[in-house]
Write a protein that binds this ligand. Structure first.
Ligand code: SF4
Ligand code: SF4
Length: 317
């Protein structure tokens, strides 16, 4: 009887997993900066933060998005002909999509000869995604790598990623997660047994300044980070260094002191701000708010490192 019930529960779980779907916007293969060894990084859509310096504007919305760039358009009308929902019209040789008719099927994208239309994001099933990435196993095995979940914020798709991480662990695949930690503690506790490495961001220590630059307070982020660091989990803290936003001595000292108080010798990686995502803002017709800020010089990075190294933490650039 007990065995039957256990089997039934197992089947029910399998069925639930088959029905689970996630929304991702990219799968990056041969990644070498997202954890140990060579990794396959899966980027999940949707983020509760809206950092002004975000390099992946396509990660912010939880849903796939259809984008159009008129300078790439050949005005051929192929998209209009192939749209099953008659959602497309051509006005003054430019494509107009009626959002209320578009179901994001992607036919227009597949048939666009100019690459003017693109779908940012797609829905994946658990098994489909697993099959897609499992072909990379030889690279993971040889390099000590594995799978990294990134975003966006992967924890915002909690049920899906928990099932996915469990599936990875059942197949002995190393797992890592990149998270902003803006989530509830129960979710972090639930994934820890199936995550080998946690990479988490700390951007600004003052809660008011954090809210101005990212949309949310950092209270929950700091609480979660403290618990993670104290727990002894394998954690790398990442700090994007953005001139004029978080590179002042007061902020760096506050960050160094906080991390040291949570775990002496914690690993902290300083990442220089970059503007590589700016063209994506244009494609998505979103405003890029930091046009006036340039990436930090080597000297600025070193200065920040020196401030952080006055604390008992291990700083990497
Ligand atoms: S994604 Fe599909 S429904 Fe939407 S405009 Fe393109 S072809 Fe039409
Ligand atoms: S198919 Fe592509 S190139 Fe042709 S009109 Fe549509 S968007 Fe423009």
């Amino acid at each position: 009887m007990f065995l039957q019930l256990t089997r039934l529960a197992g089947h029910k779980n399998q069925l639930q997993n088959t029905l689970l779907t996630g929304t991702i916007f990219d799968v990056k293969r041969y990644a070498i900066h997202d954890g140990s060894g060579i990794r396959t990084t899966i980027f999940f859509k949707g983020c509760p933060l809206a950092c002004l310096w975000c390099a992946n504007p396509e990660s912010q919305s939880y849903l796939p998005e259809l984008t159009y760039i008129s300078t790439e358009c050949l005005s051929c009308g192929m998209c209009r002909q192939t749209c099953p929902n008659e959602a497309i019209s051509l006005v003054d040789q430019k494509v107009i999509v009626a959002p209320e008719k578009c179901d994001l099927c992607g036919h227009c994208v597949e048939n666009c000869p100019g690459n003017a239309l693109q779908l940012m994001g797609r829905t994946v099933t658990l098994n489909g995604l697993f099959k897609e990435i499992e072909t990379d196993r030889p690279f993971w095995d040889r390099s000590g790598g594995g799978v990294t979940l990134s975003g966006g914020e992967p924890l915002a798709q909690f049920d899906f990623i928990l099932a996915f991480l469990n599936a990875c662990k059942k197949k002995y695949i190393s797992t890592a997660i990149e998270t902003c930690l803006y989530t509830t503690l129960d979710k972090i506790k639930a994934i820890l047994p199936v995550v080998d490495h946690v990479i988490c961001d700390l951007k600004i220590m003052d809660s008011g300044r954090h809210k101005i630059n990212t949309r949310v307070s950092n209270q929950m982020i700091k609480e979660n980070m403290k618990i993670l660091l104290v727990s002894g989990a394998d954690v790398l803290v990442r700090m994007p260094l953005i001139p004029g936003i978080n590179d002042d001595k007061k902020n760096l000292e506050a960050m160094g002191a906080f991390i040291e108080s949570c775990r002496k010798g914690a690993r902290v990686e300083l990442l220089p701000y970059h503007r590589l995502g700016e063209s994506k803002y244009r494609r998505m017709k979103k405003d890029y708010k930091l046009v006036h800020i340039s990436p930090p010089s080597k000297e600025k990075m070193e200065r920040a490192r020196k401030v952080l190294e006055t604390f008992d933490i291990h700083v990497l650039i």
